[in-house]
Design a protein around this ligand. Sequence first.
Ligand code: KIV
Length: 526
Amino acid sequence: MSTQDGTGGAANAGDKVHIFDTTLRDGEQSAGIGFTINEKLAIARQLQRLGVDIIEAGFPASSPGDLEAVSLIAKEVRGPIICGLARANAGDIDAVWEAVGHAETPRIHVFISSSAIHMAQQLHKNKEDVLQLARASVARAAGYCPEVEFSPMDATRSDRQFVYELVEAAIDEGATTINIPDTVGYAIPEEFEALIRSLPEHVPDIHKARISVHCQNDLGMATANSLAGILGGARQVEGTINGIGERAGNASLEEVIMAIRTRPDFMNVHVDANPGEIYSISRLVERASGMMVQPHKAIVGKNAFRHSSGIHQDGVLKMRETYEIMDPLEIGIPGGSAIVLTKTSGRHGLQSRLSALGIEPSEDEFQRVWDAFLGVADAKDEVDDRDLMAIVSEQTQIKIEDAWTLDLVQVSSSDHGTPTATIRLIGPDGASHEDAAIGTGPVDAIYRAISRVTGTQHDLTEFSVKSVTEGIDAQGEVTIRVEADGVAYQGRAADTDILVASARAYLHALNRSIAAIQRAEAVATV
Ligand code: KIV
């Protein structure tokens, strides 16, 4: 196992760390999120494909809807343990059992606050009351199923001796997982590691349970604290996809999984999760939650594997590992790493992007393209392929024109009828071509009509709309990604009418795919 070369060593090192996903419970506690029951089931199914060990599917006593969703997931999703959260009272525990009792392997997760501030201000109870409630609740849960998890909430701000006492009592009553939550994201990694490490010394029966950690991100240390917890002896980590959750969120599971996979030499543990599903579940949670992943978010952010500066681009083009510690393809990111052309990019990056587009300028032409590129890059954040095509057309003899342009898009749509779109395009022959199609929605109808007119077939893999200005007359920017023969093409367009923007974005991607194929054919025949 080598650490010097940055490869991190074997991926199956040491003990297994169990991955406990709480996207549907703590994640749903994010301000502004409310998943529908279908979204919850879709997320749970994708978590099962990701290979998490436990899905905390909800908090059944919190609402009849949550109880229904947890029951549905318990019935439908096989493989992972299905868990529900309960406060330390009989009603909550019974509600969890009503929901998770259908699961292949059910778990009841009981929590009660252990810090002085929570006990005094929220519970109005003293230590003795809390201890009795913890005992009675864990015993009740253990009467239903063997998998019982206990959490002393706000453990990191609690009296240590009291946490030890509570945890020992919970194990005595049948808890098989002991979760130590850093409920308000207060811990510092070294301190948290020491707390977890101290458990065997102070809790004689701790070996009868698996230690878990649950870290919130208030100081931006949720992932660091989770990893510190593992170093201290925890063998279950709780977290959410994209790090969503209460306030500043929870430990981001994709970060925890990839940190363990990337640094087994240091962590000396392994996870069973399948990293190839990370990107798709991140996108699913992003869409369902409406919480956009920040571009520089580790692992799943748009920029996580995009290289902009000349030095980095040069390195990555020579050998990916010079600036990448993980392989984006392993995480399921379509297309893998990307070279992004900005004003800090170098000639090597530009040359490589031109080659990928099938453009091979002469030396003189390249110099002109480079000078013009620098001018555009100074004025724009990112020089995309369309800008590059315009530069190439202006500066070289290489002619690039859009094969198809939009002349008319007309849509009829209502809350009952079938959406229908009529499309008129000006084709490569200069003539007008028109056709119509129906679809499952207006955008689908437009894309089907365009496919009919152009005689092309592309799979739409991504579609997003965002407002680029404010107000009722805002411009909507549509970004799409289509695939043809395993190659992805992006299209983007803005208009005050998002259906017009959708049609233009599709044509943008389609014209790029046609141009790329034509250029590849031209290169092949030289
Ligand atoms: O943050 C927390 O303490 C929790 C517990 C219920 C585990 O979410």
